[in-house]
Ligand binder design. Structure first.
Ligand code: DAH
Length: 341
């Protein structure tokens, strides 16, 4: 029996030493020390021993058990330490490695210009409105005095959704005037920037989708002088103090009288150059006093209220602001271009 116990001790120590992980170690413990383990099996044979032999064997068996338990405890501590070491190594962060550069996007020059424009108008008490790009022809045309047969309603100019031409991609932001009159309490001061759509081929100055900024004021005793004063103030803030403007008579169905406003060419100061095509002036926007019939159609009494409105192309304004010479650059979104602003 003594020999059996000593063999068992050697076998157990070997198995424990070989354990590569917690699972191996537990298997070894069950195999030697478990209830059905090998040591228990040997101890069961104690009864067969003579009373003289028993105490010595009992002592030896206890020693063997103690050695095994100690070896298992030590192996467990070692395995745990090794596992922790591995984990720390795997998760180690080298704080001296240079960080990866995060590439931030860049604000688009057109939106830089739009934010400036919004700031200027908000500072004068205007509200900024947003409206649908899919619009009723009724609001895009009829309610703006452009009835059946008006040339701008032609299928060759407009993206319609329905055979009966009742729903369309808005061709101007002017229907926002109607939406504002229908929903806001008077007096109104608003601008409404947004996308508009026309059947134009893409070239250096045209795109089937572009942006406009609509503006409108309705109040009592509002005159053309307020329109000119306001727009002059805006132009001076956008293009610098002393920038000259010029108002020319024009025609729009929804304003009467109507005008176009030009700014003096920033390149040549009015002498005439390729940028202004020799004119000295660059056309900036359309504007006018809101037609009394347009007010009437919105249920507003033109004998009590008057107003003015304007609309301009945002791309062209940004192009002039940043001296960009091709409209396509605005839409290509090449970061090498965008990063310059
Ligand atoms: N909607 C016009 C256009 O697309 C621009 C315009 C002209 C807007 C006169 C106005 C205005 O509000 O009063 O050409």
């Amino acid at each position: 029996m003594k020999q059996q116990l000593e063999q068992l001790r050697a076998a157990a120590l070997a198995a424990i030493a070989q354990a590569g992980g917690m699972e191996d170690l537990e298997n070894a413990r069950v195999r030697f020390l478990g209830k059905k383990g090998e040591l228990t099996a040997v101890l069961r044979q104690m009864g067969k021993l003579s009373p003289d032999e028993r105490p010595a064997m009992g002592q030896l068996a206890n020693e063997v058990r103690a050695v095994m338990e100690k070896a298992i405890d030590e192996a467990r501590i070692e395995l745990e330490a090794a596992a922790l070491e591995r984990k720390l190594k795997n998760e180690a962060v080298d704080v001296t490695v240079p960080g990866e550069k995060v590439t931030l996007g860049h604000k688009h020059p057109m939106y830089i210009a739009l934010d400036e424009i919004k700031d200027i108008f908000v500072g004068m008490g205007f509200t900024v409105l947003d409206g649908p790009e899919v619009e009723l022809a009724e609001l895009n045309f009829d309610r703006l005095n452009a009835g059946e047969g008006h040339p701008s309603r032609d299928w060759s100019d407009t993206f319609y959704f329905k055979e009966d031409s009742s729903v369309m991609l808005r061709s101007q932001t002017s229907p926002m005037q109607v939406r504002a009159m229908d929903t806001l309490p008077l007096p109104i001061r608003m601008i409404a920037p947004g996308r508009v759509y026309r059947k134009d081929e893409v070239d250096a100055t045209h795109s089937p989708m572009f942006h406009q900024v609509e503006g409108m004021v309705i109040d009592k005793n509002v005159t053309m002088a307020d329109l000119k004063g306001t727009l002059n103030a805006v132009v001076e803030q956008l293009y610098g103090k002393g920038t000259q403007t010029r108002f020319r008579p024009h025609h729009f169905p929804f304003t009467e009288p109507s005008c176009e406003m030009d700014v003096q060419c920033h390149k040549c100061g009015g002498k005439g150059c390729p940028t202004c095509k020799g004119e000295g002036w660059i056309e900036l926007l359309g504007a006018g006093m809101i037609h009394p019939h347009v007010l009437e159609m919105a249920g507003i009494d033109p004998n009590v209220w008057s107003g003015w409105a304007f609309g301009f192309g945002l791309e062209r304004t940004a192009m002039r602001r940043f001296k960009i010479d091709d409209l396509r650059l605005i839409f290509e979104n090449d970061v090498r271009f965008l990063e310059q602003f």
